[in-house]
Design a protein around this ligand. Sequence first.
Ligand code: LLX
Ligand code: CA
Ligand code: ZN
Length: 450
Amino acid sequence: MSGTFSVDSKTKEFQPLYEFGSNYAPRVSYHINPEVSHYHYGVRHPMKPFRLMLTDHLVSGYGLHKIMDLYKTRKATAEEMEEFHSEDYVNFLSKVTPENLSKLPRGTLEKFNIGDDCPIFPNIFQYSSLYTGASLDASRKLINNQSDIAINWSGGLHHAKKNSPSGFCYINDIVLAILNLLRYHPRVLYIDIDLHHGDGVQEAFYTTDRVYTISFHKYNGEFFPGTGNYDETGCADGKHFAMNVPLEDGIDDDSYINLFKSIIDPLITTFKPTVILQQCGADSLGHDRLGCFNLNIKAHGECVKFVRSFGIPMLVVGGGGYTPRNVSRLWTYETGILNNVLLPEELPDNLPFKESFGPDYSLYPVLDNLYENRNSKKFLEDIRIRCLENIRFLQGAPSVRMDAENIPTQDISGLTEEEEELIKEMNEEDEDWRLQEIEKENAKMMELIY
Ligand code: LLX
Ligand code: CA
Ligand code: ZN
C-alpha cells in the first residue's frame, strides 16, 4: 500500500535530497583530492585512508557537492611544511621509502619515531603533501574572504610534532593552517573533539595568547598520547590560553553536548576568536574500532552545529576514526550541518559501496550504549567548574596589533587570477569531472577492498 505522500520514481529522481534549515547561508568550500584515499598504511594498520573515498561518495550521493565550491587541492611543498617542522625531518620524510629503510644510518628510525604506529609506506611524502595542501588551501579561502566555512576531511593530524611523526600523524596540517591564519587573524580558537588529546597543536601554541587550544578527550595518564590533564593550561604569554577536558570511558550524548556547550559558549564570548579551526575526529563516536566513548553521530554533529551558530569563519578538518562506514556517515552529516542542510536518514539509492552501510542503510544508526558511562554527574560538574574558572582568568580577549608591514597586500591564494578563474570554470564543469573521477576510483577501490 502506498503512503499519502508517496511519489512515482520520476518525481523521486528530481526531488532534492536535502532540506534547508534557517536562512544563514555561509559560502562553503570543500577541499578534496581523490588521490589521498589511495594511500595505504599497511593491511594491519587501523588507519584506512579509503574512509575518505566513502565520505566523498556519500557527500555527492546526497547532492551536497552541488551547493559547495569544490576545490581539488594541490600538494604542499617541503618549504611550506618547514614553517613548523624541522628541515631535517621534512627532508627525511621526502627521501625515505620502504626499500631504503634498512640502509639508513643506525638510530635514524628511533630518532624519527618510525615503527608500527607510524610506519613508512610507499609515497608517504606525497600523501602528507596532499592532505596538508588541502588544509593550507582551506585557510587561504578563509583569509581571502572567499569562503565562510572551509572543509578538509583528509586533514586533522593533530599529534604530529616538529621533529617527528606521532600517533599515525606525519605532518601537522592543523598547526600549518593556524600559522597561515595568524598572518591575518589576531585570534584563532582551536577546538578538538577527537577522542585523543590534540597534543601536537597544543604544544605548538603553548606560549602564545593568539591561539586558544581546547581539547575534549579520554584521559587517564596512560591512554594515548598520555597528556591532556586539566592542569595543562599554557605557559609564558600563553598562560590560560590552553584548556583540556579529560573524560572517562563511555560518555553519552547528553553529558558531552551539555559539557561542550557550557564551556564553548563562554569561551567564544570571552576570547572573541576571529576564526575557528575545529578538528572533528570520528574516533569519539560509539562503536569506533579504537574508541571508548558512546557518542552518536547527531551528538558529535551538534557540537559542530553549535560552533557554526556563532557565525565566525570556520576551518573544519577530520581526524581519527577507525570504523570507516561511521566515519563517512559522520563527516557527511557534518557537511550537511555546515551547509545548513538536514539530510534524510535513508541513504541515497545510487550509492557505490552501499552494502558497507547495511543492514540499516541509515545515515545515523544507533551507536550508543556499548561502554559503561564512567563519567559521574559529580565528575562532570567538577570538570565544568574547573574549565569555567580557567576562562575567568582570560579577562577579555588579547588585542593584537596587526603590523601593516606584515600584512601582504596581494592575494595570497597561491594562485594567479587566471588559475582562480580556471578553478571556477572547473567547478562549473565539475559534474562530469567528478563522475569520471568516481568511476576511476571505484575501479581502484574494488581492487583494494575485494
Ligand atoms: N587522534 C588522531 C587524529 C588524526 C589521525 C590519527 C590519530 N591518532 C589516533 O587516533 C591514535 C589511535 C590509537 C593510537 C595512537 C593514535 C590521523 C588522521 C588522518 C590521517 C592520519 C592520522
Ligand atoms: Ca580531542
Ligand atoms: Zn584520535
